[in-house]
Design a protein around this ligand. Sequence first.
Ligand SMILES: [Zn+2]
Length: 274
Amino acid sequence: MLEIPESQTISLQAGRILTGKRIVEVFNATNPHKFAWFSGDPSEYGKLLAGRQVKSTKGHGMFVDICCDENISFSIGEGTNMRYYLSSEQHPDKYQLLIVFDDDSFVTCNVAMYGGIWVYKGIFDDRYHQLSLDSISPLDDNFDETIFDSIFKNSPKDISAKALLATEQRIPGVGNGVLQDILFNAGIHPKRKKSTLTDSKKAELFNSLKSTLKSMTEMGGRDTEKDFFGKDGGYKTLLSKNTVKRPCANCGDLIAKEAYLGGAIYFCPTCQKL
Ligand SMILES: [Zn+2]
């Protein structure tokens, strides 16, 4: 899933590679997917994109936007993988969209469990996309304790730490993936109630939110996700499907996994007491 470290990494990589290239051809899905979301009719995407030149890219929240001339953009979000291939490589068999550039290099978009691929002129009329664009990222210096305090105060009283960070889009681009290491680094159990957090624990959570996301982003995304070139990210997740039942880096206790609020949580039973 695209979360802040991946949307930043992919946007940066795509910006370096695609800026200046012109789109020559678009191929629609070879592998239709029930939970692939499109804006309008994807069979019209070829008409919208052909001839357009990539001007810039933007990663924000769980989205990557590729902005072209003539005010045309395409965006991916949530569980959509966007991958770049050289002209010497063969088109893969399965994709939901394939975009060819003027040097015959190409990009594929593939939806894993669910995700969006949207091509549009002007502004993308989507509440979550707009909310994400309008929000201050925790990577930004302007995301300070005052902003975190207001997110904290404006959430329901008995909410858990996981629900606080990763539901209702309170912090766009912080989801069930990145929250595991954020909570581990703050020593907070995902099910711990917000009301039990002392001021110093709250400060630890704020610091961990910023520093964990920064380090994930600087390392090119998490090792559980793919980058623009189809490679695993360089950030080694402390808590993820890769480390379950392995020893905790702090204390040696075994990393536990449970289902909670529509997704797995991972935690160290010793470092993150309830
Ligand atoms: Zn531990």
